[in-house]
Design a protein around this ligand. Structure first.
Ligand code: HEM
Length: 416
């Protein structure tokens, strides 16, 4: 690969078909916009609030090819001149970048080394073995509110379930779950937002404390394993912290929204809700359909063009930023019949909700176990769940890449 410092400043092309700020304004449903772009302008160049331009990949086949293209790096230094020109050069500062030294931000060979260190923890077999514990946590959370007949579902269930699971896996105290949930919510805010920068620093400091605690008293947990890999010099101190941060944030921000978005989609389709209650054996397929229909990671983290390239007829100059719209790819009618319709019997093989290629989600087997347990338990214990507010009043969080409900108020017949 060429040296990032040599990357030219990508020219801003004429915007062929201006779009409203649907990628930045969470009150706008992005799906109709993606649908129009897939047909008329599959790789538009969109400009964000900082004036930063990105080529956005909207079609399914293009998305897979881009996610698997070694010319599209995860190293932001390839777009240094564009970031600096947009006043976002601080993102490349060593201390900001250090918090994110992890596999998701690395290209091979570092990516391969960092992924290998933890891959054994996330095999389908290892994650399957966690199912009984995930079930206990899900039951405990529902028991806390089932007597009341109402719940703010994101707060009471969708957020804490994966947060508690990843806290136990990493070996960080479960009492801290609210603290790191607030911090990782802020960490997901748009790039350049001061709360995002503060949350990154606070999470890094929190994890540095936890790492120190494991050094003094190692346990049978993932963070202690990473600390011993560090002692063997298999990763640097920054990579140790960056990996812990990635696992903590990726481990719950995403699954929480799979459960939230999936349940909202189901509650809007009583026929599908009824079908799943009658045939719970369909739940694993339904979870795949929820992932496809309203993907929790709406857009994959940015890629940076290391050389001139082309996507679906659009010229991408070296130094450009490329973003793959996962949500859009998963609604592409060329890949999924009736793509805008939720169909829990569809079994949507090949959706890209977990990405594609070398960065394919490491935690996919864990996310699947968590979501399957979540839906099975909810359908069994609270079969007549319904929205407690009109659907139009629900709002989404302002984030960089995820599609996340702010709240999801529900009601049901109270259980004694
Ligand atoms: C529904 C839940 C989840 C979704 C939708 C999801 C989605 C994704 C996506 C789209 C990527 C690829 C990003 C890219 O190519 O730039 C990814 C990567 C990753 N995910 Fe997940 N994820 C979920 C749950 C989890 C969980 C539970 C964990 C683990 C604890 C996890 C850990 C990771 C890691 C470590 C990577 C980076 C892999 C690499 O760079 O090789 N994810 N995830």
């Amino acid at each position: 690969m060429p040296d990032p410092a040599d990357a030219p400043l990508a020219p801003t092309l004429e915007q062929p078909d201006p779009e409203p700020d649907f990628m930045e304004d969470p009150s706008i449903d992005p799906h109709p916009h993606y649908a129009r772009l897939r047909v008329h302008c599959p790789v538009p160049q969109l400009i964000d609030g900082h004036g930063l331009t990105r080529f956005v990949v909207t079609r399914y086949e293009d998305a897979k090819a881009a996610l698997n293209d070694p010319r599209l790096s995860r190293n932001a230094r390839y777009a240094e001149r564009m970031l600096v020109a947009a006043g976002m050069g601080a993102l490349l500062d060593d201390d900001v970048a250090a918090a994110n030294h992890n596999m998701l931000s690395a290209d091979p060979p570092d990516h391969t080394r960092l992924r290998r260190l933890v891959a054994a923890e996330f095999t389908p077999r290892r994650c399957e073995a966690l199912r009984p514990r995930v079930q206990e946590i899900a039951d405990e959370l529902i028991s806390a509110f089932e007597g009341t007949g109402e719940t703010e579902f994101m707060h009471d269930f969708a957020n804490p379930l994966p947060a508690l699971v990843i806290a136990e896996l990493l070996g960080v105290p479960r009492e801290d779950k609210d603290r790191f949930r607030t911090l990782s919510n802020d960490y997901m805010r748009p790039w350049g937002d001061p709360r995002q920068v503060e949350a990154t620093a606070a999470l890094a400091a929190y994890l540095a404390q936890q790492i120190q605690a494991k050094r003094e008293r190692p346990g049978d947990d993932l963070l202690s394993d990473l600390v011993s890999s560090r002692a063997e010099d298999r990763l640097t101190e920054d990579e140790l912290r960056g990996t812990a941060l990635l696992l903590l944030v990726a481990g719950h921000e995403t699954t929480a929204n799979l459960v939230g978005n999936g349940l909202l989609a189901l509650l809007q389709r009583p026929d599908q809700h009824g079908l799943l209650r009658e045939r719970p054996e369909l739940i694993p397929e339904a979870v795949e359909e929820f992932l496809r229909y309203d993907s929790p990671v709406e857009r994959a983290p940015d890629r940076y063009a290391t050389q001139d390239t082309e996507i679906d007829g659009t010229f991408i100059p070296a130094g450009s930023i490329v973003q793959v719209a996962i949500s859009s790819a998963n609604r592409d009618a060329a890949a999924f019949n009736g793509a805008d319709t939720l169909d829990v019997t569809r079994a949507p093989r090949g959706h890209v909700a977990f990405g594609y290629g070398i960065h394919f989600c490491l935690g996919a087997p864990l996310a699947r176990v968590e979501a399957q347990v979540a839906f099975a338990t909810l359908l069994k214990r609270l079969p007549e769940l319904e929205l407690a507010v009109p659907v139009e009043t629900l709002t989404h969080r302002q984030t960089s890449i995820i599609r996340a409900l702010e709240t999801l108020p529900l009601r049901f017949t109270p259980r004694r």
